[in-house]
Design a protein. Structure first.
Lengths: 579, 274
């Protein structure tokens, strides 16, 4: 992480800041960015992956589609020359059984090895020089609905991996594998008895409701935790000083809420664990008895903040539920939790008990139409990761701005079984826009600037020492923005919409590069790339209604775009802008 | 015997999606009895063969697990033209007229003499009840919702409709739990339960669940039709003709698989009885 020229993991650093010290590209010259080279990953599905860059080589992974699902490419990060590619051999059944868009959020790197998670539940170690497979370990079973889409993170020689598939009755887990052998060192489940959640005597949650024996069993009706969800498909951060990893768990599943009375622990929760043993040190549940599919797998950014005159070791979690949580990462105490967009499904967070206060009027009941529930199921923010600048002390947050109606829908038919489902109809929130990119002051607890977008902003972001922040739109525009005031400095119209993660690095020629995959898809984008009928508003679990016009702007794509400053800008830089 | 030349011709026609090709291109689940399987043993396989025979074609299958994405990856991808069983007025496809109506049922061991009929029967609070789970909060089976609405929670056991796809016919695990006595009763879609009862070594009793208006808009009976791509009126019309002309033969086939058939109580005109 020390070498500023690199981008060694999806979130750039263990604190998940996505901040780069590079400043060749700055607010004065960003307008002169130009395309350096491009590369196709060969499968036109949702491109959510972050390329990673280590020692002048870029490693990038494609989605689980096409003739070579989850293919990995090693490229010269400066010239774009292909060094090697690796294609995992998928399970034959996988394609017909995996249901959803088939994204991969990126690779990890450590000690000369590249680590890949495949959709069909294998973690693979690849020799970073040769592209040869070193080991692979099967962690789950796609035939039971389990998949892996998250980017692994390597901490102290252990590859940390979590599963996806909560909608299909999967029990969530995080697993640590030995980076040299692929052997499983520990696995911690998100539901069930303490010995399987890896909760012991040293578990000290901050709030009383989270203390007690086997809450992962007793906060459910009998045995329901066994297929209770709480998958781990988002981001993992790590504080080396406290020796704790942090991650969030997904929604409870697959029962309708009225069949799973109780808090449903430890779904929609943040865990702090010892990476050596996996044992939990504290946990905090964000949405007890979740009603809205508000997974809380979103990133946890580890920063030290001056709050009321004292320095707090903080964790910032932009909640799917619309609240910006600032927590004490040593203890699990919520310091503040404030809405960062329009929220009416909750009335606030009680800082004494730590519990969110639901708004009873917005409780979905099958058979009744409940209008105007904000935020919608994808929340104010989904997986798309934020960035933190230590220079501006602002958090840069890409997110959506959607509300929904929850009502009974027409019949569905799955595996020969007809049923009347609930349909979720999503649409733009107040103001008529569906996405926003904004800067948030976590100490002042306020929005500093914002840019509205017609469609949900489904990309991650980054921010640099040049005070430039980048994001992309689903209608194909990649933007550089002044981190201080939100002024758009430059934009580029690409071949397909953006749902990926921008990264920046220094090439062997000394120039700063910015890279981003173009290719729309993901939950909001299947309407553009997977032939979901846009006339069916509640397709793709309701998201189609909110992105019905997407095919008007974009089709699928698979292009990696790499930008640098024009030679003219570099010359000016040498004269006037050197720091 | 077909010559190689005509087989190649057939293949070319199959990919052209021409309405008058020699192949009846059916989208089906290879592992979901009693509906369909790769060996052609399901009643939807038999029905496909009946249709093909009447139209003078051969059945060609596109196999895909019938779960979320099934229509998208098969019919909508243009790989096949016909889904044999879908609910009438199913939004994702163009449906034919219904060719049968079935119901959710209770299935239990006959020896237990449970005499269950209604979804709000008081005994249900004491019995262990199995239901199928589909996967999302709002998208579970009607009995799963209706039981939850009554506060019948702790004694309900969920079985994933998707199950473990490596095993044969994953939805059948629910019925097998009744046979083994793991649960007292299952509330399942009729065709599944009726078929299981027919071939079970242990006598099983299947009773239609009486729909109580209390749980509207949940319904326990559904009309089942065939589905084609939206706008494929030529095929739909030929299938409608087939259904109109072969009602008795179709019913006999369904009865031979144990499918509980319900009287059609409503006109199929959408909206009239809402």
């Amino acid at each position: 992480m020390k070498d500023v020229s690199q981008w060694p993991m999806a979130a750039r650093d263990y604190a998940n800041t996505r901040y780069s010290e590079l400043d060749q590209i700055n607010t004065a010259n960003a307008s002169q960015l130009q395309l350096a080279w491009t590369f196709s990953v060969g499968a036109d599905r949702g491109q959510e992956a972050a390329p990673i860059v280590i020692d002048g080589t870029m490693y990038v992974v494609g989605p689980y589609d096409g003739p070579y699902p989850n293919r990995v490419f090693a490229l010269d990060a400066t010239t774009g020359e292909l060094k090697w590619s690796y294609a995992p051999r998928p399970e034959p059944a996988a394609k017909g059984v995996a249901c959803c868009d088939v994204v991969n959020r990126g690779l990890a790197f450590d000690n000369g090895k590249v680590f890949l998670n495949t959709l069909d539940n294998h973690t693979v170690a690849i020799d970073s020089k040769t592209g040869k497979e070193l080991w692979h370990t099967k962690l789950g079973e796609i035939n039971r609905g389990e998949t892996i889409t998250m980017a692994p993170v390597v901490v102290k020689g252990k590859v940390l991996v979590g599963n996806s598939g909560g909608e299909l009755g999967v029990r969530g887990w995080i697993t640590a594998l030995d980076e040299d052998t692929g052997a499983i060192k520990w696995r911690a489940y998100s539901t069930g008895p303490d010995n399987e959640v890896l909760i012991g005597d040293d578990f000290k949650p901050f709030y009383a409701t989270l203390k007690g024996k086997d809450l992962g069993v007793t906060s459910w009706p009998a045995d329901r935790w066994q297929i209770g969800g709480g998958t781990v498909w988002g981001w993992i951060s790590y504080d080396p000083e406290l020796n704790l990893i942090y991650y969030g768990t997904a929604n409870p599943s697959p029962w309708n809420a009225n069949q799973r009375s109780g808090d449903n622990l430890w779904t929609t929760a943040i865990f702090a664990r010892d990476p050596d043993t996996g044992r939990a040190k504290w946990a905090y549940q964000i949405n007890p008895h979740d009603l809205f599919d508000h997974d809380e797998i979103n990133e946890n950014i580890l920063v030290d903040l001056e709050i009321n005159g004292t320095t707090r070791k903080a964790l910032i979690h932009p909640g799917r539920n619309g609240y910006m949580y600032v927590m004490d990462r040593a203890t699990g105490e919520v310091i503040s939790a404030d809405p960062y967009d329009h929220v009416n499904s909750y009335k606030g967070v009680d800082l004494k008990t730590g519990r969110i206060i639901p708004n009873g009027e917005k409780t979905p009941i099958l058979g009744q139409t409940i209008n105007d529930i904000c935020p919608a199921s994808p929340g104010v923010k989904d997986w798309q990761p934020s960035a933190w600048s230590p220079r501006t002390k602002l958090l840069y947050v890409p997110h959506q701005h959607l509300c929904m109606d929850f009502k009974s829908s027409e019949v569905g038919y799955i595996a020969g079984t007809p049923f009347i489902g609930a349909s979720v109809d999503m649409y733009a929130g107040p103001g008529g826009y569906r996405g926003e990119f904004m800067a948030w002051d976590p100490v002042g607890k306020k929005k500093v600037w914002e840019i509205h977008e017609k469609l949900p902003v489904w990309t991650g972001t980054l921010v640099t020492a040049g005070d430039v922040t980048f994001y992309g739109t689903m209608d194909r525009v990649f933007k550089a923005v002044d981190a201080k005031n939100g002024n758009v400095l430059w934009q580029f119209r690409a071949g397909s919409g953006f749902i990926g993660q921008p990264v920046t690095y220094r090439g062997s020629d000394g120039q700063q590069y910015v890279a981003m995959l173009s290719g729309v898809g993901g939950w909001p984008g299947v309407v553009a790339n997977a032939e979901v009928d846009p006339r069916v508003r509640n397709a793709a679990l309701g998201f189609t209604g909110a992105t019905q016009d997407l095919p008007f702007y974009t089709a699928g794509g698979s292009e990696l775009l790499v930008f640098k400053l024009s030679p003219a800008a570099l010359k000016d830089n040498g004269n006037a802008q050197s720091r | 015997m077909r010559s190689l030349v005509s087989a190649a011709f057939l293949l070319a026609m199959a990919t052209s999606a021409a309405a008058d090709s020699e192949a009846l291109r059916v989208c089906a689940d290879p592992n979901n009895l009693p509906f369909s399987n790769r060996a052609g043993k399901g009643f939807e396989n038999k029905l496909a063969e009946m249709v093909a025979q009447k139209l003078g074609k051969d059945v060609v299958y596109t196999w895909w697990a019938q779960r979320r994405g099934f229509i998208r990856h098969t019919l909508k991808a243009g790989d096949c033209d016909l889904v044999i069983g879908v609910p009438a007025q199913y939004e994702l496809v163009e449906t034919t007229r219904p060719y049968y109506r079935s119901t959710y049922v209770f299935i239990s061991q006959t020896a237990r003499h449970l005499q269950l009929e209604a979804i709000d029967a008081p005994q249900l609070r004491k019995l262990s009840i199995g239901v199928h789970l589909i996967g999302d909060d709002g998208n579970n089976t009607p009995p799963a919702h209706a039981l939850g609405q009554q506060g019948i929670i702790d004694n309900v056991r969920g079985f994933m409709i998707y199950g473990d796809y490596r095993e044969p016919d994953p939805p059948a695990r629910l019925i097998e739990a009744v046979e083994r006595g793991d649960i007292d009763v299952a509330a399942a879609w009729g065709p599944l339960a009726g078929y299981a009862a027919k071939k079970s070594p242990i006598p099983l009793t299947v009773t239609p669940i009486l729909a109580s208006e209390l749980f509207a808009p949940q319904q326990f009976q559904f009309d089942i039709a065939m589905g084609v791509r939206k706008g494929d009126h030529a095929l739909r019309d030929r299938l409608n003709e087939f259904i109109a002309q072969n009602g008795e033969e179709i019913a006999a086939l369904l009865v031979s698989y144990g499918v509980p058939l319900m009287e059609k109580r409503f006109s199929s005109t959408a909206g009239v009885h809402r």
